[in-house]
Write a protein that binds this ligand. Structure first.
Ligand SMILES: [Zn+2]
Ligand SMILES: [Zn+2]
Ligand SMILES: [Zn+2]
Length: 279
C-alpha cells in the first residue's frame, strides 16, 4: 500500500488564507518548502481520502491523474475536507478519456447534503451518471475500490457523524484519524472486535505542541500519545506500527524542520505535502 499525503494543513492552510500572523508571514517567505495545503491523502493512486478545495492544486503539484481515482472516502462535510462544486467538471466538455468512468463517493448524510447543494446548479445529468454517492455511518463496513473499509466515529462536531477510516488491502492496514479529538471507548472496542492490526496510524495533530484547545475537536501531541497508548492497550497495532501526524494549524507554527523534530522526540513522523509512505 502506497500512501501519499497531498495536503497536511488544517482548514485555513499554512500560510493561512487570510492571515498575517508572524508564522504565516515567515512561511510566505519560504513558500515552496513551508507551504501546507488542506488535508488530503491518496492510496495507490486509486483511493482518495477527502476532497478539499486544494485538490486541483494537488493534481498539478504532484502530477496526479484524478481520472484514475476509483473511489473517494470523505471524513466529514467541513469545507477543508469536501469541496463539492468541483465535481461538475468531471465529464462533459470538461473531462474526457477518463481512466475510471465512475467515481464512488462515500460520506455521511451531511456530506451527501453538501454534495447535493454544491452540485445543484451546474451538475449535468450525464456527469452525474459518473458520480455514485454512498451514504455511510459509524461502524459500517464496506468495500471501496477493492479496499476493505471500516467507518469509525470521530469526536469532532455535534452537527454530524464525522468519520475516521480503517483501510485494508493485501494484509496492510491504515488507520486514518482526522479530524478528531480523543476518540471514545467504542472506537477502540470496535477495532478490537474487528481484529484490526494497523501497520500505520495517521493522527490529527492540529495543535501539535501549541496551547491546547478546550474544544476536544482536534488533537495535539499530548492527545496523540494517549491514542497511541490506547491502541497498544487494545492490541490493534503492532510493535513496529508507524505513527504519522498531520492536519497542522498555522497557530502551531508547523514549519517543516521544527515540527519534524518535535514529532520525532515523541516517536511520531510529521507528514508534509508530498510525503509518500510505503507499507
Ligand atoms: Zn479539517
Ligand atoms: Zn497565521
Ligand atoms: Zn473538521
Amino acid at each position: 500500500m502506497k500512501i501519499r499525503y497531498l495536503g497536511t494543513a488544517a482548514a485555513e492552510g499554512f500560510p493561512a488564507v487570510f492571515c498575517n500572523c508572524a508564522y504565516c508571514r515567515e512561511a510566505r517567505g519560504a513558500l515552496t518548502l513551508e507551504r501546507r495545503t488542506r488535508s488530503q491523502a491518496l492510496i495507490d493512486d486509486r483511493l482518495l481520502i477527502d476532497f478539499p478545495p486544494d485538490t486541483y492544486l494537488h493534481s498539478l503539484a504532484f502530477g496526479i491523474d484524478l481520472s484514475a481515482v476509483r473511489a473517494l472516502l470523505v471524513t466529514h462535510s467541513h469545507t477543508d475536507h469536501f469541496y463539492a462544486q468541483e465535481f461538475v467538471n468531471r465529464g462533459y466538455k470538461f473531462a474526457s478519456g477518463m481512466r475510471e468512468p465512475v467515481l464512488d463517493l462515500y460520506g455521511n448524510t451531511e456530506v451527501r447534503a453538501v454534495f447535493e447543494e454544491g452540485t445543484r446548479r451546474e451538475l449535468r445529468e450525464d456527469v452525474a451518471k459518473g458520480l455514485r454517492f454512498h451514504t455511510v455511518a459509524p461502524f459500517d463496513a464496506f468495500t471501496a475500490a477493492g479496499y476493505d473499509v471500516l467507518a469509525l466515529p470521530a469526536s469532532h462536531t455535534p452537527k454530524e457523524d464525522a468519520l475516521l477510516y480503517a483501510i485494508a488491502k493485501e494484509g496492510k492496514t491504515l488507520l486514518y484519524l482526522n479530524d478528531t479529538g480523543l476518540p471514545r471507548e467504542g472506537f477502540y472496542t470496535f477495532l478490537a472486535e474487528k481484529g484490526i492490526c494497523a501497520d500505520m496510524v495517521s493522527l490529527d495533530c492540529t495543535q501539535a505542541d501549541g496551547p491546547k484547545s478546550s474544544s476536544g475537536r482536534h488533537m495535539g501531541f499530548a492527545e496523540n500519545e494517549i491514542v497511541r497508548e490506547k491502541l497498544v492497550k487494545y492490541g490493534v497495532v503492532k510493535a513496529d506500527t508507524k505513527y504519522y501526524v498531520t492536519h497542522f494549524s498555522h497557530n502551531s507554527a508547523p514549519f517543516r524542520a521544527r515540527i519534524a523534530a518535535a514529532a520525532a522526540a515523541r516517536g511520531f513522523v510529521a507528514a508534509y505535502d508530498g510525503l509518500t509512505v510505503e507499507l
